[in-house]
Each structure stands twice: as structure tokens, then as C-alpha cells.
Design a protein around this ligand. Structure first.
Ligand code: ATP
Length: 259
């Protein structure tokens, strides 16, 4: 695995253009890229295009190979996507969903190995006691954790996560991103996550892209792009950016800017 490159990505819904020549920083093995931007700036659309769920023009290269040159089955084996919507409430059990996803991916696990693998994932995510509870009886946050568990079934080269922590409390937000980091450290790969939480973005992402109305406003390390001026332009908020006692970037949003 050598990297992931995205150049001049353009996407439309009908005649409405939503992404305008979006180029991402070249990503190396082990890196997490955060995509930040206000509502409707195009984050989910970008994740969908990268996941190959909707057409786009431009260049997408995984491991030096053009996306279009990689067969669909091969692509879905290499790329795990967590959509913004968690698994719908239904009578399905979390464990059934994990098994059917693993079967659809043709993973080379014996039944015994797969059962142990799923149990380990559920344990890490605090889902072990809910494995046999129908999804319709789970809270929204727990269903989001089940959605994340699905991306951990295999070791993808690329993880695409659309607001993976939006329904989670403070503890589970960090556990999910710690797990992404651990996966990349242990097995390699790249993660791209659309996020709204600036503190999480600063803490976990190696690089950030700020999206404004489908265009890149800024790209770079959290320290380079999370400036008071960029936050004012992007989100229309007054923010104070400083370092905490441990040298971590701290963002304090003071108020919405009027006008
Ligand atoms: N299926 C669709 N058909 C038509 N327009 C769409 C569709 N999905 C999204 N859009 C439009 O594309 C633009 C970008 O939407 P997108 O969902 O990518 O934004 P986002 O940054 O993920 O927003 P949010 O933070 O609210 O989830 C919006 O103007 C939205 O209305």
C-alpha cells in the first residue's frame, strides 16, 4: 500500500455541481485525513464519490492504480465505507448483520474464526451484550457503533467514514478514533473521515481539508488550517485557537458571527 491520491474531483446531482476540482493532499500509509466543512459543503458527496457510490470526474488513485482500472469487487475488498446513516432500526440482530456482511465480502475466515473476530470487535465497542438485541431496540449511538463495527470486519486499505462519531458520547467518540488509529498502525491503510468536531479533528487527523461550497478552502496539518481566520470564513464563528498545557491545539468557539 503506497498511498491514495485525489485530483480535481468534480461531482454533480443532475445539473447542480456540488464538488469543484477538489484535490486532496497525497496521503501516505497510516495517515488519517479529516474533511471539515459546514452543512451542505459537499463532505458526504465526496465520501460517496470516493466510495464509488456515485459518478465523478477527476483522478482517484489507490496504491498507484486508477480507480477506474480497479474492478468493482476488488475495490470493495480494498475500501470500507461507513455511510452517514447508521444501520436502520429493524428486527435484524447486530451479529446477523456482521455475519452477512462478512459473507458478502467473501472473507477467508472459518466460521469459528469469524465468530471470534466479531466477538472481539463487539467487545472493543461495548456491543457484546447487545449482539443479540434487534437493531430497532438499540439507541441511535449504539446503532452508529454497529455501523462502525461493520468497517472493522476486514482490514481495508482505505476506510471512508462519514461523520462516524456524530451520535456518540465523548467516551465512544475517542474509542472509535483510537480504533481507527490502531487499525492503521497495526495493519496499514489510510482513513478519510468527514467530521464536525474540531477538537477530534485536531487530535486525531494528520491532515485536514476544509471544504467550502464544494471547493477546498485550505489543506494541511490541523495547526496549519485550524486558524481563527479560516474558522470565521468557513463556519461564520469567532474562535480562539491556542495550545493547551500539553501542547495540543485547543479551539474555543466564542460566538456565531453576525451578518
Ligand atoms: N441526492 C441528492 N440529490 C440532489 N442534491 C443533493 C443530494 N445529496 C446532496 N445534495 C446536495 O449536495 C450538496 C452537498 O451535500 P452533502 O450531503 O454532500 O453535504 P455535507 O457537507 O455532507 O452536509 P452535512 O454536514 O449537512 O451532512 C447540498 O447542497 C445538498 O443539498
Amino acid at each position: 500500500m503506497s498511498g491514495f491520491e485525489v485530483e480535481k474531483l468534480c461531482a454533480l446531482y443532475g445539473r447542480k455541481q456540488v464538488l469543484f476540482e477538489v484535490t486532496l493532499p497525497a496521503l501516505a500509509d497510516g495517515e488519517i485525513l479529516g474533511i471539515l466543512g459546514p452543512n451542505a459543503s459537499g463532505k458526504s458527496t465526496m465520501i460517496r464519490c470516493l466510495a464509488r457510490e456515485m459518478p465523478a470526474s477527476g483522478t482517484v488513485r489507490l496504491d498507484g492504480r486508477d480507480q477506474s482500472a480497479i474492478g468493482r469487487d476488488d475495490w470493495y475488498a480494498k475500501v470500507a465505507t461507513m455511510p452517514q446513516m447508521p444501520p436502520a432500526p429493524s428486527a435484524l440482530l447486530p451479529t446477523e448483520l456482521m455475519w452477512s456482511t462478512a459473507r458478502a465480502l467473501n472473507l477467508e475466515f472459518s466460521d469459528r474464526e469469524l465468530a471470534a473476530h466479531i466477538e472481539a470487535i463487539f467487545l472493543r465497542l461495548g456491543l457484546d451484550e447487545l449482539a443479540l438485541s434487534p437493531l430497532q431496540t438499540l439507541s441511535g449511538g449504539k446503532r452508529q457503533l454497529v455501523g462502525f463495527a461493520l468497517t472493522l470486519i476486514r482490514d481495508p486499505e482505505l476506510m471512508l467514514l462519514d461523520e462516524p462519531t456524530s451520535a456518540l458520547d465523548l467516551y465512544w467518540r475517542m474509542i472509535v478514533l483510537d480504533l481507527v488509529r490502531d487499525r492503521l498502525t497495526e495493519h496499514g491503510g489510510i482513513a478519510i473521515a468527514a467530521l464536525h468536531d474540531l477538537d477530534l479533528a485536531a487530535r486525531y487527523c494528520d491532515r485536514l481539508v476544509l471544504l467550502e461550497e464544494g471547493r477546498v478552502l485550505a489543506a494541511g496539518t490541523p495547526r496549519e488550517v485550524l486558524t481563527a481566520a479560516n474558522l470565521a470564513q468557513l463556519y461564520r464563528v469567532e474562535a480562539e485557537v491556542s495550545d493547551d498545557a500539553e501542547g495540543r491545539l485547543r479551539i474555543h468557539v466564542v460566538r456565531p458571527l453576525s451578518g
